[in-house]
Design a protein around this ligand. Sequence first.
Ligand SMILES: C[S@@+](CC[C@H](N)C(=O)[O-])C[C@H]1O[C@@H](n2cnc3c(N)ncnc32)[C@H](O)[C@@H]1O
Length: 288
Amino acid sequence: MVAREPTESGILVDISDSEFLALSTMVYDQFGINLTDKKKALVRGRLNRVLRNRNLRTFKEYLDLVRNDPTGTCLIELVDRISTNHTFFFRESEHFTFLMETAVPELLKRFSSEGPGQEVRIWCAGCATGEEAYTLAMLCQEMAQSRSFLGKIKILATDISVTALEGATKGQYNSERIRLVPEALKRKYLTKLGEDLWEVSPLLKSMVLFKRLNFMDSTFPFKNSFHAIFCRNVMIYFDRPTKNSLVERLSSCLFPGHYFFIGHSETLGRDSFDLEYIKPSVYRKKVP
Ligand SMILES: C[S@@+](CC[C@H](N)C(=O)[O-])C[C@H]1O[C@@H](n2cnc3c(N)ncnc32)[C@H](O)[C@@H]1O
């Protein structure tokens, strides 16, 4: 069905209730993202450009294309278009304060009894365009310098969106994204490229490994656990069963006694799985 609704770029293709149901079921099954009816207009708007670029006249044609694409490219494009990747440096900065003032000193104390060759491992799960991972890299580097930490710092940053990950790897941001970076850190770790464009330093880039990972995978492919996991502002898109299953798999990747951070507007319940509540949006894996 084609709606008679002119926009700047032409006519918007309408999406019927049954087409939206088929699309939202596909997105839920593949990515866990819960597209409620309230998201219908948003989804229709975001996907219209895809239909136009691919010369498709209806959402039925689009659904058939995605279902019958053996390469999986259409699914990647679909999740790229519907996922929300908004983020910025030092977002919800209380978490970083807690990490540096509580979690890192605890970790270094443990390390000091274990001898040299230590590795700090942080997973930034749902990293979008990379700002959260680079914030962590800056702060860990500062910590390493101030405490003469000679071990390695490894930050794994994952997302489902290929476009977001390409942006993350490039590491270039406008003033809006970096506005909360303290001036001293900005001078040290960001280079001005143009009127409103900065790039993170090669050192920060070398500390972060960006990878595509779908939270719906039944297990995660890590040999070693992590000392901290940030999964912030991701689970708001998931329903309760999806969220519970994800939290269980994420916490299985944490070392006991170490920390799990979720977004400020999210909740897990006071004692979820093997995580204990520390303060709003901060949990610690129980020590058996
Ligand atoms: C709003 S961003 C959060 C960015 C950052 N963590 C923050 O708090 O600013 C949410 C991210 O979750 C990712 N995401 C959604 N569903 C996912 C899935 N099934 N697997 C992996 N990442 C997913 C999206 O692509 C998006 O980049």
